[in-house]
Design a protein around this ligand. Structure first.
Ligand code: HEM
Ligand SMILES: *[C@@H]1O[C@H](CO)[C@@H](O)[C@H](O)[C@H]1NC(C)=O
Length: 319
């Protein structure tokens, strides 16, 4: 019957277009495989060189990906410089004099565009791949990074100030900042494990080492030697004792009240995340596995796909 075959045809067309829409809104690890097989190797080369030159750069690149994704999704908004119309996220409280690695991202962008012969790879995808390659370069797990994000044409300093967690937060506030991004308490603990890498400024843990009682006394005194009661605000201390190695020391420290930031110790202070912290502290494989899974989940926060956004020519500016 003609009417039935028309119905079937229409049904097939509707299903196909739904599938296509779903595809364009979904990231894929093989996104650049055919169009530019040299893209991912180029990113890896630059990250490895940068980490070799300065181990901390791996930590800084990982943090850039986090600070991008938590502010209106993983759209490279954090990379946009201040202009008369862009209210740069670089000037938000959690980023100013703190977020770093922008020159390395510029270098990656130049090398990737050269490898592909044209500007094909988005700055948002570069941030996600550079974070993975950084973790690998410092001895951590690897994972396949879903790709196909596009770059924003806007930035929001206000959202960076409101949506990024502060080091002075307690557990309920930390959980709710993550919940706002569709991430749960397990993601919070696993991703906080990123603090197995990198450094923090004295001004962000000063109150903790001089005023708090939830800290190991010997550890507090040790940190006080490079973080005086007054002054020294920009002095750095490692977030754990092996700041350039992805390991379980961060979680070991929490279990023995040696978390550097108030927000670190909040994960092991008698609350609902105690059990997970304890288990990560003795199980590198389970931490590594959960970290990789949560990084993929974080990378899926509100990506721009299809015709939304753009692929920037220069990560610091909209086209
Ligand atoms: C849970 C809430 C979090 C809070 C409150 C927080 C806070 C901070 C603070 C205050 C610093 C030191 C910044 C400075 O002194 O300039 C820092 C460093 C760092 N954070 Fe977090 N963070 C959190 C979660 C995360 C997550 C989810 C990641 C990545 C997945 C991450 C990765 C890093 C890294 C790698 C560093 C060291 C950066 C460097 O040495 O350049 N953090 N964080
Ligand atoms: C310790 O707490 C007091 C009272 O809140 C505060 O005035 C002081 O600045 C704190 N000290 C440090 C080093 O943060």
């Amino acid at each position: 019957m003609a009417s039935r075959s028309i119905f079937v045809t229409l049904f097939v067309i509707v299903m196909l277009s739904l599938a296509t829409a779903a595809l364009s809104a979904t990231l894929s690890a093989s996104y650049y495989n055919k169009v530019c097989p040299g893209a991912l190797p180029a990113i890896k080369r630059v990250v490895e060189a940068a980490v070799k030159q300065e181990r901390r750069m791996g930590a800084s690149l990982l943090r850039l990906n986090f600070h991008d994704c938590f502010v209106n999704g993983c759209d490279a908004s954090i990379l946009l410089d201040q202009t008369s119309i862009i209210d740069s996220e670089k000037n938000a409280l959690p980023n100013v004099n703190s977020a770093r690695g922008f020159e390395v991202i510029d270098k990656i962008k130049a090398e990737v565009d050269k490898a592909c012969g044209r500007p094909l790879v988005s700055c948002a995808d570069i941030l996600a791949v550079a974070a993975r390659d950084s973790v690998v370069a410092l001895g951590g797990p690897t994972w396949e990074v879903p790709l196909g994000r596009r770059d924003s044409t806007t930035a929001s300093r206000a959202t960076a100030n409101s949506d990024l967690p502060s080091p002075f937060m307690d557990l309920p506030a930390l959980i709710s900042t993550f919940q706002k991004q569709g991430l749960n308490a397990k993601d919070l603990v696993a991703l906080s494990g990123a603090h197995t890498l990198g450094f923090a400024k004295c001004q962000l843990f000063k109150n903790r080492i001089y005023n708090e009682t939830t800290i190991d006394a010997k550890f507090a005194r040790q940190r006080q030697t490079t973080c005086p009661r007054t002054g020294g605000d920009l002095n750095l201390a490692p977030l754990d004792q092996t700041a350039a190695a992805f390991d379980t020391k961060y979680f070991n420290n929490l279990v023995s009240k040696k978390g550097l930031l108030h927000s670190d110790q909040a994960l092991f202070l008698g609350g609902q995340t105690d059990g997970l912290v304890k288990s990560y502290s003795t199980n590198l494989d389970s931490f590594s596995n959960d970290f990789a899974n949560s990084m993929i989940k974080m990378g899926n926060i509100k990506p721009l796909t299809g015709n939304n956004g753009q692929v920037r020519l220069n990560c610091r500016r909209v086209n």
